[in-house]
Design a protein around this ligand. Structure first.
Ligand SMILES: [Zn+2]
Length: 139
């Protein structure tokens, strides 16, 4: 006799009182993967903008006055910090995907309810359901 499949994935997370269906898990996985791809495209785009700004600075900075150079430096710094924050978000989504595989992702840390798929797709790093998040913010 084969054992039921769920014994394999039975988590160490007692906080989860509800269960999520496999279909729902797949939906979250798809949403996270789509988000990751989106972020990666955004990241690549930002990197190429940085390269371009860098090239501009090296090639036609001869005729620039100091204000121009300053603006370009600032622009580049902004692009770099944007790239860093996108990379941070990509890491969050990747961690979320790993935790999803382990069954420890997508549950509210406060009440143990499943966090809605839509919310996870919009905020992959969400650890609270909307209700608990609102309570938290009201404090
Ligand atoms: Zn909650």
């Amino acid at each position: 006799m084969a054992k039921p499949a769920e014994t394999r994935t039975a988590g160490r997370k007692p906080v989860a009182k509800a269960t999520r269906s496999a279909a729902e898990t797949e939906k979250i996985r798809a949403a996270l993967a789509a988000r990751r791809d989106e972020l990666r495209a955004e990241y690549d785009q930002t990197l190429s903008e940085i390269t371009e700004l860098q090239r501009d600075r090296l090639t036609d900075s001869a005729g620039d006055d100091q204000a121009d150079t300053g603006t370009k430096t600032l622009e580049r710094e902004q692009e770099i910090s944007l790239a860093n924050s996108i990379r941070e978000r990509i890491t969050q989504v990747e961690r979320a995907l790993e935790r999803l595989d382990e069954g420890g992702y997508g549950w509210c840390e406060r009440c143990g309810d499943p966090i809605p798929v839509e919310r996870l797709a919009a905020f992959p790093s969400a650890t609270l359901c909307v209700k608990c998040k609102q309570l938290e913010e009201r404090r």
